[in-house]
Design a protein. Structure first.
Length: 753
């Protein structure tokens, strides 16, 4: 290269940063300018609005119209309210045609022509249903879950929706609580990665872009901490537990750009969330710099009177709005009770304006002022709904979410050429249950059952026999006999049992978390045949069924696996996919152990067989049935060579940790490599283990991978006595393995700076 050429190249290289700086600077300037313009437009709108119209923007109603041709509309009375500007958003209306018409009324027949926002609970899919969120979390595959949420957003937005009330990011340590099914399980770190993945998936390349939905982190906060696992019940936890366990997935949602939050039904230590300025102003706005909108949960504003912190509906409204709850879902208190309270000077108009500004700003961000029908497209709705690609993704997510708990004598995978297979149990032919709770517009008739999945999979000569044997929860044993007869004629028996979809989800707590009805008895009956047996479990929570866990040789947890459930389950049963899911929640031995979670404290008297006066039970081990992070594969993974980059670090340094993982079996498989830490001595007690990193990897037989992780300050920090987030010098342990118990370990020191 000539000197001239080199000089020119050097000049170009040197100028790149200058140009990109100028370019970026200009882009940033343009954004700021656009944002300032929006604020000016909002100023003008606010100046035009009556008090009633302002409060109307803060009013969210549930659509009460009929379902017509698969679409749900609003009533005549609700249309009148839209014309009068008394509604800012609807939930539960759906269907491109219907929503277009409602929006038309808002932008053509109301005085100020402000567009509406349409919200829906798109929790784990819209028409194509993915596994319930607990199942999605069991994939330990955030990239995949991001894609699933993307698909949900594409389908729902084409149907005219703008806003989903998801992700639900409540940590749940109590399997009695039915809503454990809707979240990512017990761990704040796994929960945070799933939370961020879902937000990224729903919101795609940014609000206002076609195919995206405004996401909503809910329920702020600590809803899963309900006493006795009873839904909506009191929560009484310390600020440290709140910040360490329950808040991280919410913070992760904010960091991923989530545009909205929903308040929770519960109180925390005396303060109902929906009236908590600590949560919605101090933490969310001041500390986390959240700029989106906050909606109450369904009638949660009104419920402040029942909590007993407000004597009247008006007082409830004032408390909620002042705390930072911008939108009132379904209580109608903001529109009915607040106007006169503002006029009487009991609520400042500034508080109202602040919330209205946020709502209008969101409508601008969603692009609704440019094109109120922006997302709505009946043709696209048809083209993008339940496509073959979407179903294929649901099948992949389904298969990756399955957790193999037991596989004695390597019963699984099954051969596709067996002569006869009995597919028994009440859930084998269920079309509705695999959808789980929050089915959006998913249709049972589109679901692949386990029986169908097995039929699709086996060779043409294989005979499939089926009998339910019993129902999910009745005490009727009359079907046992026939099922037993079929089992006797078969080479292998699959028993599909568990909970119905109604047994988990909202208001679906249970005091008995074993198999309902006579299902366990049914399994025992079939076991008497001595046939090789596989239990395929459908469940929205960990189930306690010690006899089954001990006596059935193969057990596959399938949660509620969605539209493609049967195919996904058959993929795993017959070995086209090797199971690689891991439990996102501890499975207890008995309800008496609940709450039981892996990241517990050591106590002053950790359980010991040598010492009676230690923290344990007289009638049960303290260990769980299956620990957090657990799950088997058809192949075997061997861990070795755990290394830390350096044995001494300063708190501001980062630490490299690596481990060698070998596929020591004879098939290709996925492993979730999990990294935990423990701070041995600190100024406040720290858990015995905390998940800090994980990675789902695929290894061919004999293949070895060195997996590297980097830990930083935030991974070692905790809230000290003064509630400051600090790293203290001292010894830490790092553990790496395929679940939270079977791990390799190393120590390292954090030294003073
Ligand atoms: C109540 C539930 O708690 C919440 O999760 C849901 O989004 C709303 N209802 C709206 O359906």
């Amino acid at each position: 290269m000539s000197v001239f050429g080199r000089n020119r190249l050097t000049t170009v290289v040197l100028l790149i940063p200058v140009f990109s700086f100028l370019f970026l600077g200009r882009a940033k300037g343009q954004t700021q300018w656009a944002e300032a313009l929006i604020e000016r437009k909002i100023d003008s709108l606010l100046a035009l609005m009556t008090l009633e119209e302002k409060l109307g923007q803060l009013n969210q109603l549930a659509a009460r119209g009929d379902w017509v041709a698969g679409e749900k509309g609003i009533t005549e009375e609700q249309k009148q309210m839209v014309r009068r500007g008394e509604v800012g958003s609807f939930l539960n209306a759906t269907g491109a045609k219907t929503l277009k018409e409602i929006q038309r009324i808002a932008v053509e027949e109301s005085r100020l022509k402000i567009p509406l926002i349409f919200a829906y609970d798109v929790i784990h899919g819209f028409r194509t249903i993915f596994p319930i969120p607990l199942g999605e979390a069991a994939t330990w595959n955030p990239e995949l879950i991001e894609k699933a949420s993307r698909v949900a957003a594409i389908e729902a937005s084409a149907a005219g929706l703008h806003w989903t009330f998801a992700p639900m990011v409540d940590i749940a340590r109590d399997p009695r609580w039915g809503r454990i099914a809707e979240g990512a399980g017990e761990d704040p770190y796994l929960g945070s990665t799933m939370s961020a993945a879902r937000v990224r998936g729903f919101q795609g390349e940014g609000l206002g872009k076609v195919g995206t939905l405004l996401a909503c982190a809910k329920h702020f906060a600590a809803y899963g901490g309900a006493e006795a696992g009873r839904d909506y019940n009191t929560v009484d936890i310390s600020e440290r537990t709140l910040r360490t366990i329950y808040l991280p997935p919410f913070k992760a949602a904010v960091d991923a750009g989530v545009g909205s939050f929903m308040s929770a039904f519960n109180e925390i230590a005396g303060m109902p969330s929906t009236a908590s300025a600590f949560l919605f102003t101090k933490v969310l706005r001041d500390e986390w710099k959240f700029t989106g909108i906050v909606v109450s949960d369904w009638t949660a504003v009104m419920e402040l009177t029942r909590h007993g912190v407000a004597a009247t509906q008006g007082e409830a409204g004032v408390l909620a709005l002042r705390a930072g709850v911008d939108i009132d879902m379904e209580s109608k208190i903001y529109v009915t009770d607040l106007p006169h309270l503002v006029r009487q000077g009991k609520l400042s108009i500034d508080v109202v304006d602040r919330a209205v500004r946020r709502v209008l700003r969101m409508k601008y961000r969603l692009g609704l002022f440019d094109d109120p029908y922006r997302f709505n497209d009946p043709d696209r709705e048809k083209a993008v709904t339940l496509t073959a690609d979407h179903r294929a993704l649901a099948r992949t997510v389904g298969a990756q979410s399955l957790v193999l708990l037991k596989n004695e004598n390597r019963i699984l995978p099954l051969s596709k050429n067996l002569k006869t297979i009995a597919v028994l149990g009440p859930l084998a032919t269920s079309k509705r249950d695999p959808i789980g709770s929050w089915g959006a517009v998913g249709r049972a008739e589109e679901v692949v059952t386990v029986l169908e999945g097995v039929r699709n999979k086996v060779a043409s000569g294989t005979k499939i026999l089926h009998a339910a044997g019993c129902s999910i929860d009745s005490l009727d044993r009359r079907g046992f006999e026939e099922a037993r007869r079929l089992a006797e004629q078969s080479d292998v028996v699959l028993i599909v049992i568990g909970e119905s979809h109604r047994m988990s989800g909202e208001a679906s707590s249970r005091t008995h978390i074993g198999l309902p009805g006579v299902q366990e008895e049914f399994v025992r009956e079939i076991a008497k045949t001595g046939k090789p047996m596989v239990v395929v479990l459908m469940n929205g929570r960990p189930l306690t069924m010690p006899w089954v866990y001990e006596n059935v040789p193969a057990i596959l947890v399938t949660w509620f696996a969605g539209t493609e459930a049967g195919n996904a389950i058959a993929d795993v049963l017959f070995g086209d996919v090797t199971p690689g899911g891991k439990l996102p929640v501890t499975f207890p031995r008995s309800l008496g152990q609940v709450p039981i979670y892996y990241n517990h404290k050591n106590t002053g008297r950790p359980a010991s067989d040598q010492d009676f006066f230690t923290s344990k039970y007289l009638d049960s081990p303290v260990t769980p049935q299956f620990p957090f992070g657990y799950g088997l594969s058809y192949t075997k993974f061997v861990y070795s060579d755990l290394k830390v980059g350096t044995e001494k670090i300063r708190s501001t340094d980062s630490l490299r940790v690596s481990v060698r993982v070998k596929n020591d079996g004879d098939g290709k498989g996925d492993e979730v490599v999990q990294l935990y830490i423990q701070d041995l001595v600190a100024s406040v007690t720290r858990p015995v283990k905390e998940l800090r990193r994980f990675r789902r990897i695929t290894l061919n037989p004999g293949e070895i991978k060195t997996v590297e992780f980097t830990l930083g300050y935030d991974d070692l920090a905790f809230y000290n006595q003064e509630m400051k987030f600090v790293v203290e010098p001292g010894t830490f342990k790092v553990f790496v393995g395929g679940n939270s118990v079977d791990v390799l370990e190393k120590t390292f020191e954090v030294v003073e700076r």
